[in-house]
Design a protein around this ligand. Structure first.
Ligand code: NAD
Length: 442
């Protein structure tokens, strides 16, 4: 594969990809709207714009990222020169989901190609228009032997997983993540699994409630709540709840008007099956705001739920829709009781002005990543690793970490022949004390 060693070729091809995306940007935005009415602003912010900036960053840094890196040698081997070489794994399979169908397909593809791999992408079957435009762009820019797109559903995905790959990068649900991990284990293929979870959003008594409501409405209802790092549920100090709910109502109306189904800024649920799943979760007796739905149009209004039981339908699994349960707490141990019920989440949010409490919670809980006093925006900093832990995923990417994800790090030690210290060679008699001293010293 020419791209394996030729950085100029990779840069030229990635620049071609950048130009193709810029030329087809409106078509991509239209496809995302067709597939589930993703608003144009969100399409640019979270899909095309994000991919364009990832491409620019990769083109700018690829020479630096690909270069062998010299590291400080160990005195045990004196004199030597030690290096880390990055090499492509080989054949990479990328399987992507429907919720950010352009970004989550293209970002790993860019890095896998930049690192010199051959790439096969299987985009989601649930966003056919977007998958079509992805296929069109990729086939225009890349040679088939370097990067190809194979469209299809579960069967195609399983067929691909039954083949031998050198790396598999999967974004999707925990359940399918397990299927991918099992298939990969067959050939000991390394994997990145970008999965989901139940992301808590804690609000303590010191929080700026009005701003918290604004930022939570943005993070929860963007993409109609179908975001892996959206806040899944609220845990709020009991005496703050009623003010918070008032602010939330205000912010929802400000963002989407009195009837969000008329708003051009509110997406739809991906399909009838998911819409029905979400409708079934809404217990109308607990609705404090929203709750309206229209299954014919895959619409569910931004909905606030007064939740008093962690055994409810809503609190079983990741919600992945515009429904936000609000649970109250009085003591920290009640926060514990809720969070510890679930697997380690992909994201964690805390709204608080109390630095001690903030530090304490960050250290106490394990989660993929998160924000204090905001939601979702940690995703946008390419210097922060993005990924889960435990059931929310394996591995992390973005920026240089994406390039590294698709590169095997090969250690090379180049030994000098000028000096050959005798102590390491057998017979070892009389050398034990010396080696202990040396090991102690270095
Ligand atoms: P999904 O797991 O149903 O599908 C993802 C991909 O896997 C699709 O391409 C699909 O065709 C394929 N697939 C589905 N079932 C399969 C099977 N049985 N065998 C083999 N392949 C199969 O996920 P989804 O519904 O597209 O996306 C939603 C999920 O993805 C949520 O759980 C969300 O949290 C998660 N997600 C995670 C991230 C992240 O970055 N961590 C990002 C987006 C979405």
């Amino acid at each position: 594969m020419e791209s394996k060693t030729n950085i100029n070729f990779k840069k030229e091809t990635l620049t071609k990809l950048l130009n193709a995306i810029l030329i087809h940007e409106n078509e991509i935005i239209d496809a995302l709207y067709f597939d589930f009415k993703k608003p144009a602003f969100e399409a640019v912010l979270t899909e095309t714009g994000y991919v364009i900036s990832e491409l620019k960053e990769t083109i700018k840094n690829i020479n630096k990222w690909a270069k062998p890196r010299r590291v400080f040698p160990s005195l045990l081997n004196f004199p030597s020169k030690d290096y880390i070489y990055k090499e492509p794994y080989g054949k990479v399979l990328i399987i992507s989901p429907w919720n950010y169908p352009f970004q989550l397909a293209l970002c790993p593809l860019i890095s896998a190609f930049a690192a010199g791999n051959e790439v096969v992408l299987k985009p989601s079957e649930l966003t056919p228009k977007t998958s079509e435009i992805i296929t069109k762009i990729i086939s225009k820019v890349f040679d088939k032997k370097d990067v190809t797109v194979i469209q299809g559903g579960i069967e195609v995905s399983q067929q691909l997983l039954s083949e031998r790959w050198d790396y598999i990068f999967f974004t999707g649900s925990v359940a399918v993540g397990k299927i991918v991990a099992k298939a990969a284990a067959e050939n000991l293929t390394p994997v990145t699994l970008e999965l989901g979870g139940k992301n808590p959003c804690i609000i303590d008594e010191t929080a700026n409630l009005k701003l918290a409501a604004k930022r939570i409405v943005w993070g929860k209802f963007m993409n109609a709540g179908q975001t892996c790092i959206a806040p899944d549920y609220i845990l709020i100090q009991k005496n703050m709840k009623s003010h918070f709910v008032d602010y939330m109502k205000e912010e929802i109306i400000k963002a989407y008007g009195d009837n969000p189904s008329d708003s051009p800024d509110f997406a739809r649920i991906i399909n009838t099956k998911n819409c029905q799943r979400l409708i079934n979760m809404i217990d109308q007796k607990k609705v404090i705001f929203g709750g309206q739905n229209d299954i014919k149009n895959n619409y569910i209004a931004p909905t606030l739920i007064d939740e008093n039981s962690i055994d409810s339908e809503l609190m079983k699994d990741e919600i992945f829709g515009p429904i936000l349960p609000i649970i109250t707490y009085e003591k920290e141990k009640q926060i514990d009781a809720v969070i510890s019920k679930y697997e380690k989440p992909l994201a964690f949010y805390l709204f608080s002005e109390n630095r001690t409490f903030t530090k304490h919670l960050i250290q106490k809980y394990s989660f993929g990543g998160g924000c204090v006093n905001d939601t979702m925006v940690h995703f946008s900093n390419k210097r922060l690793p993005f990924g889960g832990v435990g059931h929310s995923g394996i591995g992390a990417y973005h920026g240089i970490l994406s390039f590294d994800t698709f590169s095997h790090k090969k250690s090379i030690l180049i030994k000098s022949n000028l000096l050959d210290l005798p102590f390491r060679y057998a017979p070892y008699k009389g050398k034990l004390a010396t080696i202990k001293k040396i090991l102690d010293w270095i």
